[in-house]
Design a protein around this ligand. Sequence first.
Ligand SMILES: *[C@@H]1O[C@H](CO)[C@@H](O)[C@H](O)[C@H]1NC(C)=O
Ligand SMILES: *[C@@H]1O[C@H](CO)[C@@H](O)[C@H](O)[C@H]1NC(C)=O
Ligand SMILES: *[C@@H]1O[C@H](CO)[C@@H](O)[C@H](O)[C@H]1NC(C)=O
Length: 281
Amino acid sequence: MRLLNINSVAFLLLSFVEYIYATPIVGGKVIYNPGNAAPKYPYMISIQELYKPINSRGVEEFRHFCGGAMLNHWWFVTAAHCFLRKKLARISAVIGHENLSSANQNNSRYAIERVKFIYYQPTNIQNDIALARLKKSYEPELNLIKHAFGILPLPDMKNLSGVSCQIVGYGATQYAGELQNNLIEGEVKIITKQECSDILGRILAPPHDETTLCALGDNQDTCQGDSGGPLICKVNDVPYICGIVSHGLTCGVTGVPSIYTAIVPYLEWITWIINDKVENS
Ligand SMILES: *[C@@H]1O[C@H](CO)[C@@H](O)[C@H](O)[C@H]1NC(C)=O
Ligand SMILES: *[C@@H]1O[C@H](CO)[C@@H](O)[C@H](O)[C@H]1NC(C)=O
Ligand SMILES: *[C@@H]1O[C@H](CO)[C@@H](O)[C@H](O)[C@H]1NC(C)=O
């Protein structure tokens, strides 16, 4: 493992300050399920922004910018920074597609009604988590699809150090690369906060608390466009959504970890919101 010293990391940070929010999957493999096989990650969302209201063929054009994960028929979880400087009315979610090229054909675009944050701090990227509610409910064929919704971790799943997890996204396959149309998966391993700050340095490493996870891939990493997507960790063979892609300094630089928002500390808030307790109380 190559350790960057703090000066070179600080340099990376300054040069790519524009991209600090754009964490990026490199080195992963394209998910390809020929035929009518159920999608491998049916809860995976591509959050897209309308960028051309009407193109030359008379259809609207959308641009993928972040990932997310459906948690029930109405709500998905993503990163808070994904909604910075975005107009909600221009944003929609495409759910469970392995190939975004076909996303427009099947009327599979869901408008977003509202977004909830919990003390998100853009300056230091704390609490980089958001929940978004669709305008119409998403009704997957539950009898055909296993794990149609992402599974929340259990409250006691606080120490995930050493656990291998999947990262999934439509993001760039190299730093500043083109976004993919195909869903890509990769594998990373969660490291301790001490290991994380040994590599990133005290200033750039996330605080030694439970709100973030630090994960390192063997040449596999998240990249811009993957933000908001799930970090899926199998515990006792159950694929839990343990984290949300939050930020990194660059993509796939050997030995440099990326930072994920941990789900466990936010469980009560998430459960409260996605069960629509707030609206009903
Ligand atoms: C994705 O869909 C497009 C358009 O339908 C197709 O050309 C492309 O081959 C597909 N990619 C994969 C990996 O299936
Ligand atoms: C779109 O719908 C058709 C017909 O139901 C189906 O065969 C096709 O696989 C769907 N495409 C996607 C990307 O879901
Ligand atoms: C977390 O788990 C790892 C691997 O099982 C173990 O080595 C470490 O001591 C644990 N840390 C804490 C704080 O329990």
